[in-house]
Design a binder for this molecule. Sequence first.
Ligand SMILES: [Zn+2]
Length: 87
Amino acid sequence: MSFKTITTQCSVCKKVELLQVDEELYDDYLHGQCSVQHVFKNLTPAQREFHFISKICGKCWDELFLEDDEDLSWHNNKLYYNRFINK
Ligand SMILES: [Zn+2]
């Protein structure tokens, strides 16, 4: 299995993070054969959002969308986030 290293810069804080993914899966994703959720199901939601969808890192996400209950931050804030980017 070969890996590809993806470099993503956070669009908010400009921090750069690297992620290694399976190259074959990445090709599938690039060619639109699978949704990112399906192709990269081993990644955390935060990783998928950051590297493939929002380009906002987990830390900035929390700062932008933090709610009272921090434990729920990722999944619950997703709805707020979608509203945000679809503007
Ligand atoms: Zn950031």
